[in-house]
Design a binder for this molecule. Sequence first.
Ligand SMILES: *Cc1c(COP(=O)(O)O)cnc(C)c1O
Length: 234
Amino acid sequence: MSSTTADATNAVLIRDNLARLRGRIADACARANRAPDSVTLVAVSKTNPVEAVEAALAAGQAVFGENRVQEAAAKFPALRPAYPELRLRLIGALQTNKARDAVRLADAIESLDRPRLAASLADAVRKEGRRPELLVQVNTGDEAQKAGVPRAEAGAFLRLCRDEHGLAVNGLMCIPPAGDDPRPHFGFLAELAVRHALPVLSMGMSGDFEAAIACGATHVRVGTAVFGTRPPPP
Ligand SMILES: *Cc1c(COP(=O)(O)O)cnc(C)c1O
């Protein structure tokens, strides 16, 4: 592992960012009359080097989010022996042909959003004997190009996952449309979770995690506010 001055400086920045974020999360929880440990900070490390992940682990951060299976596979398995507390959540669009790798690698998959993927994940769970936590991603803005189940189909899709594929979905995830007030989207997702008795709500990013906590988020996915401006994808 390199130990350049740049890496050391970055490690200090990441540690300070995490400390500041923990404070902001605790404050947001207090304002919402929620216990501070009712919200899990997911440090989104996509496109950041493994040294950045190690700096966060050294600063006590255990839960990470990645978008791409291949990148997660290159960065995380080697860290697990030294950091048994490490938890990896896959939060990006998932191709069916990556379902098996995803099930092998991840502790949670937050982007379940279509019947074919449900079938592939169910098959992968059987073959791997591993059961990552599963969240259904809802396209709360019903945006044409965006991943996620359309709002009106979410209920039927949750039933299909459970009844036809035996998948124990544990929660919901959303990414509100850029530029919208995110709160109605967070509110919609929270209501849907209550209606289906789902305990996990993954919503809120660097720019809006406090609003998400006010609306009931249990997991906030924060990238740039932890690691700084992201390097471009390879
Ligand atoms: C990149 C990403 C994030 C983190 O975004 P920031 O604005 O950097 O905090 C959260 N959720 C998903 C699904 C992402 O792809």
